[in-house]
Design a protein around this ligand. Structure first.
Ligand SMILES: [Zn+2]
Length: 353
C-alpha cells in the first residue's frame, strides 16, 4: 500500500470515529469529572433548608449561607476563592466569635479564611475537609482597624506562628497571651467540637494555659495550621444526613497523642520498597462517592443572587468605612489556580484527630 493511500484511509477512519464518538466522549467525561471540579464550578448555594450531608471530609451542604465580606468585627479573606459559605449555625458562631475576639483585644476582630464552597463538596485546592459547611479557618493575624482592600485580601501573606529555625517551636516574638485566649475561646463554645492547631501551638497551650484545662482537649494538633486555626462545629440538631465525628477523648490532650508529634514518625518520608511497582495514582473522588443527596444538591436550582443567600448579621449594619465591600467576580473559580496545600499528606496519623 502506498503511503498516500494509507494516509487517505487513516483520515477516513478518523473522520468516521470522530462522528460516532463525540457524544460518547461527552458522556464518559461527565461521568469521570472529579467531584471537586463539579462542586468547585458552582457559584451559588441551593435554595433549601440548611442540611449538611456526609462527613466533614466527604460531603456537601444544601441551603448554605454566605458570611458578608465585611462585618463590624470581621473581614473575609481571599474572596476570589468563593469559600465564604457555611451552615447558618457556623456563620452565626463566626459572628459571635468575632465579637468575643475583639473584646479579648484581638485587633478589631477576626480575618476569616475558607469556610466551604456554596454547595460544599471537595475543593479544587487546599483542604480535605471543609465539605459540609461546618469548618472554618481563622487567621492568626487580627483584623486591622483599617479595612483591608480587595487586593490586600487576595495577596496579604500569612504569618506563621512558628520559629522556622527550630523544630516545631512557637515563635516567642509572635505568639502572645491574646493568641492563646482567642484559640481557647474558640474551643469554649459548646457547639465547637474541635479546633485544629499546629502541634507546637498545642504544646505551648499545654505548657502555659492556666484556665479551664478541659477545654484544651478540644484543641487538636495537626499538620500545618501555624498561620491559621480551624474551627469545627458538631452536626446541627436534627441534621440526619450529617455524619458526626467521634467526640474527643476526655482530658486536656497534653498527653501521648501530643508527644507523638514530637517524634520523628509524623515527619519521616514514607518508606519506599525499591522493588515495589509505582502505586497507581489515587482516583479523584467522584460524585458517586459522596452521599446520594449530593448529586441532587449539585444540580438543584440556586437563588437569584448571592445577596439573597447572604447571612444577615445580628450585629446590625456594617460600618460605613466598608460600604464598598469587595464583590467577588461572578466566575470566581472558573480557572482553578494553584494554592499551597493546607496540610501535607501525612505518612500516618494517630486516631482521634
Ligand atoms: Zn481548615
Amino acid at each position: 500500500m502506498s503511503s498516500s493511500k494509507a494516509g487517505r484511509l487513516l483520515a477516513a477512519a478518523l473522520m468516521f470515529l470522530g462522528a460516532i464518538s463525540a457524544s460518547a466522549v461527552d458522556v464518559v467525561q461527565a461521568q469521570d469529572t472529579p467531584a471537586k471540579e463539579l462542586f468547585g464550578g458552582v457559584t451559588l448555594p441551593t435554595r433549601a433548608a440548611p442540611s449538611p450531608y456526609g462527613s466533614y471530609a466527604k460531603g456537601c451542604i444544601a441551603g448554605a449561607v454566605a458570611i458578608p465580606t465585611d462585618g463590624p468585627t470581621w473581614q473575609a479573606m481571599r474572596l476570589s476563592r468563593n469559600r465564604r459559605w457555611g451552615h447558618p449555625q457556623m456563620i452565626a458562631l463566626l459572628e459571635r466569635f468575632s465579637q468575643d475576639a475583639a473584646q479579648l483585644g484581638w485587633g478589631s476582630g477576626i480575618l476569616i479564611g475558607d469556610i466551604s464552597q456554596p454547595r460544599g463538596g471537595p475543593m479544587l485546592s487546599g483542604h480535605a475537609s471543609h465539605q459540609v459547611g461546618l469548618d472554618a479557618d481563622i487567621w492568626f493575624t487580627p483584623k486591622p482597624a483599617q479595612p483591608l482592600t480587595a487586593s490586600q485580601r487576595e495577596d496579604m501573606p500569612f504569618t506563621s506562628m512558628l520559629d522556622k529555625s527550630k523544630f516545631l517551636t512557637v515563635d516567642k516574638r509572635r505568639w502572645t497571651n491574646v493568641h492563646a485566649q482567642v484559640v481557647v475561646k474558640a474551643a469554649s463554645y459548646p457547639q465547637v467540637e474541635r479546633v485544629f492547631v499546629n502541634p507546637a501551638i498545642k504544646k505551648k497551650l499545654c505548657e502555659t494555659w492556666t484556665g479551664d484545662r478541659a477545654v484544651l482537649g478540644k484543641i487538636r494538633p495537626i499538620y500545618g495550621h501555624d498561620e491559621h486555626f480551624h474551627i469545627r462545629i458538631r452536626c446541627p440538631e436534627g441534621a440526619s444526613g450529617c455524619k458526626p465525628q467521634a467526640p474527643v477523648a476526655p482530658g486536656d490532650g497534653c498527653d501521648q497523642s501530643l508527644a507523638w508529634w514530637f517524634t520523628k514518625e509524623p515527619w519521616a518520608a514514607p518508606k519506599k520498597d525499591p522493588n515495589a511497582k509505582p502505586a497507581p495514582k489515587p482516583r479523584a473522588t467522584q460524585l458517586d462517592d459522596l452521599p446520594k443527596a449530593c448529586s441532587a444538591i449539585l444540580h438543584a436550582k440556586g437563588p437569584g443572587s448571592e445577596l439573597e443567600a447572604t447571612y444577615q448579621p445580628r450585629g446590625g449594619a456594617m460600618p460605613a468605612t466598608s460600604a464598598s465591600a469587595f464583590v467577588a467576580p461572578a466566575q470566581a473559580i472558573a480557572t482553578p489556580f494553584e494554592l499551597p496545600a493546607e496540610v501535607p499528606v501525612p505518612p500516618a496519623r494517630p486516631s482521634g484527630l
